[in-house]
Design a protein around this ligand. Structure first.
Ligand SMILES: N[C@H](CCC[C@H](N)C(=O)O)C(=O)O
Length: 317
């Protein structure tokens, strides 16, 4: 039997599979097929999830493991902020270390256990980087320049400005009014830019942000490869950076920013190391269920014999 976990960061839900626990690792096509099924609200388990986080060995110094992010549609993402907190907790519990690195597609990221945000809510801080703005790194095109920072894009919406940031997965951010936040614009723009379009040829995570106060935000994200989620860690991180850059009178580098989202709240801290930015993302790493499946069934993408045990942590969250 193999044990998977169902987890969430700010109610952004994932399954975790640790390949090092298998007699024979799943191939990439098997991982993608498993993701599409297990995360499906109808065909999957536990009403589905927002993706599969695949843990494997890492040969890199200080890295306790590696993380691969597979979206519900089978697309591969270079990073997942909420997911990295849950992977960090898994590796911390497994190897009894509270500060280490996790290898991700583009870089090894520093993570560490934080004091719990509330009792019974394990809390981690993860590094979000590298941060870039050039069109090649998202990628985007036809937006009138090599970067898109706080500029109007009438093709997307009238009266709004947009900022594009890769952390390193791609994000498009706009600061909007409550009315625009509550309208259908985010969903429409998210769908348009994640179907074949003239601007984001690899899709993009689209976030609308409402400024609640000094160093206080509400962020809602339409995720590439998933759709609306309760929270998007890299989205909230990239939006925090855009907040400090575009609204310096309302947000500060190196200070804690509270970011509220439909799934809860995280804290971020934006750092400028001489023009190179990185963001700390701090929030819960909750394990809600343990899922046992025979290894052969995993290879066959057969979930019929899965047995499920609830951890009880969701009550504390
Ligand atoms: N949908 C994202 C990956 C998941 C990111 C999100 N769940 C997070 O917490 O950062 C993408 O395709 O870039």
């Amino acid at each position: 039997m193999v044990q998977l976990l169902k987890v969430h960061g700010s109610q952004n839900e994932f399954f975790i599979l640790d390949q090092t626990e298998l007699a024979h690792k799943l191939s990439q096509p098997e991982l993608v097929a498993l993701t599409k099924q297990i995360t499906d609200p109808a065909k999957g388990l536990l009403d589905g999830a927002d993706g599969l986080l695949v843990i494997d060995q890492s040969a890199h110094a200080d890295a306790l493991g590696s993380m691969q992010v597979i979206n519900t549609d089978g697309s591969i993402a270079s990073m997942c902020g909420n997911g990295l907190r849950t992977v960090s907790r898994y590796l911390s519990d497994k190897y009894h270390q509270d500060a280490f690195k996790v290898e991700t597609m583009d870089s090894d990221l520093s993570v560490h256990r934080e004091t719990p945000l509330a009792s019974g809510v394990p809390t981690f801080s993860v590094e979000i980087s590298p941060v870039t703005f050039n069109k090649e790194s998202l990628p985007f095109q036809n937006l009138g320049g090599d970067t898109l920072i706080n500029r109007p894009v009438p093709a997307f919406a009238d009266g709004l400005t947009f900022t594009a940031i890769a952390v390193p997965n791609p994000h498009l951010i706009s600061f909007v009014s409550e009315d625009v936040m509550n309208s259908d614009l985010l969903g429409k723009l998210g769908k348009t830019l994640n179907n074949p379009n003239d601007y984001f040829t690899d899709g993009v995570n689209v976030s609308f942000a409402q400024i609640l106060g000094h160093n206080e935000l509400f962020v809602r994200t339409y995720e590439r490869g998933v759709g609306f989620t309760n929270a998007c860690g890299t989205g909230m991180s990239a939006t925090s950076l855009a907040f400090v850059m575009n609204h310096p009178d309302q947000a500060d580098f190196d200070q804690t920013i509270s970011v509220y989202n439909p799934g809860g709240m995280v804290k971020t801290r934006v750092h400028d190391d001489n023009g190179t930015y990185h963001i700390d993302l701090i929030g819960n790493a909750t394990f809600t269920h343990e899922v046992a499946i025979p290894e052969a069934d995993l290879h066959a993408n057969n979930l019929q014999h899965a047995t499920i045990h609830e951890t009880g942590e969701q009550r504390d969250y």
